[in-house]
Design a protein around this ligand. Structure first.
Ligand SMILES: Nc1ncnc2c1ncn2[C@@H]1O[C@H](COP(=O)(O)OP(=O)(O)OP(=O)(O)O)[C@@H](O)[C@H]1O
Length: 280
C-alpha cells in the first residue's frame, strides 16, 4: 500500500472545510489523475497526502507510516523526504542556479554536510544534467532561475522530482504553464518515470482529455469529496458533466488541453467539445 486515507477530513484554520469523508487508497506503483472543477479540493488533497496539511478528521497512512497532527516532526520530515512534489508554481528561489534547484531534490536524503556543500559546489552535475535533459532543458544547467520562462521553471520543478527518485510523486497541475504538445509529453514522462521505478503517481490536472489519455485510474473531486473513483475507460460523459456542472446544475463545456491553452483565464471555454479517448 502506498497511501490510505480513511474518512479523512481537512478543515482549515479559518474554519473552511476543504475535504470531507475522503476514502482513498493506492497500491505502490499506481498512477492516478485527480480531476474536478476549480476549488474542488484537489490541491488540498495532494497537500494532505504529502503531509503538508494533516487531517483534522479520520486516519491517514503514507508509505507505511501513520501521519497525523500527533506525529513527531522528525517522523514527518523523514516521510516528506520520500515524497516528491511538483507544484503549480515551483517554489524555487529565483536567484538560484538551475543546477542547484534540481539537486535540491535530494537535500532531504543527503547528510547535512553534503547538502550544505552542494549549495556552494553542486555535488552531482551529471545527475542534474540527466534530469534536465529529460525535460529538454539540458542547456539551462547553469542558468539562473530568474532567467527562465514560467514553463521552463515548471519543467525545472519536474526535473527536480525526477532527480529525487521519490517513492511517491504528487504533482499539482504539473503542466499548467506548458503548451498542449509539451503538456502531453511531460505528463507521459511522469507516468513513464513512475511506472519504470514502481513509484506511485498522483497528479491533479485541469484538462480532462489529458487525464483520460494518460492515466488508468481517475478520481473525480467535487466540493471536497470523492465524486467517483474509476478506471479511465469507465468514466462516462454523464459523470464528467455532473462533476463539472455549475452550482445550479447547468452544464458547462468540459476543460480540455485545447480550450485551456486558448483561454487566458482558468475558466473553460464555453464552446469546446471534448473528445474522450480513455487510457486502457
Ligand atoms: N489555507 C487555506 N485556508 C482556507 N481555505 C483554503 C486554504 N487552502 C485552500 N482553501 C480553500 O479550499 C478550497 C479548495 O481549494 P483547493 O486549492 O484545494 O482546490 P483545487 O481543486 O485545487 O482548485 P484549483 O483547481 O483552482 O487549483 C477552496 O475553496 C480554497 O479557497
Amino acid at each position: 500500500m502506498s497511501f490510505m486515507l480513511d474518512d479523512v477530513g481537512l478543515t482549515h484554520g479559518n474554519g473552511f472545510v476543504a475535504l470531507s469523508h475522503i476514502h482513498l487508497s493506492a497500491m505502490q506503483g499506481e498512477s492516478i489523475a485527480l480531476i474536478g472543477p476549480s476549488g474542488a479540493g484537489k490541491t488540498s488533497l495532494l497537500n494532505t497526502i504529502g503531509t503538508h496539511h494533516l487531517p483534522t478528521a479520520g486516519r491517514m497512512q503514507v508509505l507505511g507510516q501513520a501521519a497525523s497532527a500527533q506525529s513527531p516532526a522528525s517522523t514527518l520530515k523523514v516521510l516528506r523526504s520520500r515524497i516528491g512534489t511538483v507544484h503549480q508554481a515551483a517554489p524555487i528561489p529565483l536567484r538560484q542556479r538551475v543546477v542547484t534547484a534540481v539537486l535540491a531534490g535530494k537535500l532531504g536524503q543527503w547528510p547535512l554536510w553534503k547538502a550544505l556543500a552542494s549549495l556552494a559546489y553542486p555535488q552531482d552535475l551529471p545527475g542534474a544534467r540527466d534530469a534536465l535533459a529529460r525535460v529538454q532543458l539540458e542547456d539551462k544547467l547553469f542558468a539562473r532561475c530568474d532567467q527562465l520562462s514560467g514553463g521552463q521553471l515548471q519543467r525545472v520543478g519536474i526535473a527536480r522530482v525526477l532527480y529525487q527518485q521519490a517513492e511517491l510523486i504528487l504533482a499539482d497541475e504539473p503542466v499548467s504553464a506548458l503548451d498542449p504538445a509539451l503538456s502531453q509529453a511531460t505528463v507521459q514522462l511522469l507516468v513513464q518515470e513512475a511506472a519504470a521505478r514502481n513509484a506511485t503517481l498522483v497528479a491533479s490536472l485541469h484538462a480532462v482529455d489529458l487525464a483520460l489519455g494518460h492515466f488508468a485510474r481517475i478520481v473525480g473531486i467535487r466540493d471536497g469529496r470523492v465524486a467517483f473513483d474509476l478506471p479511465a475507460a469507465q468514466v462516462t460523459d454523464a459523470l464528467l458533466q455532473a462533476l463539472y456542472a455549475n452550482a445550479d446544475g447547468s452544464a458547462v463545456a468540459l476543460p480540455t488541453l485545447q480550450s485551456l491553452s486558448s483561454t487566458p483565464s482558468d475558466e473553460p471555454s464555453a464552446t469546446t467539445p471534448i473528445q474522450v479517448i480513455a487510457c486502457r
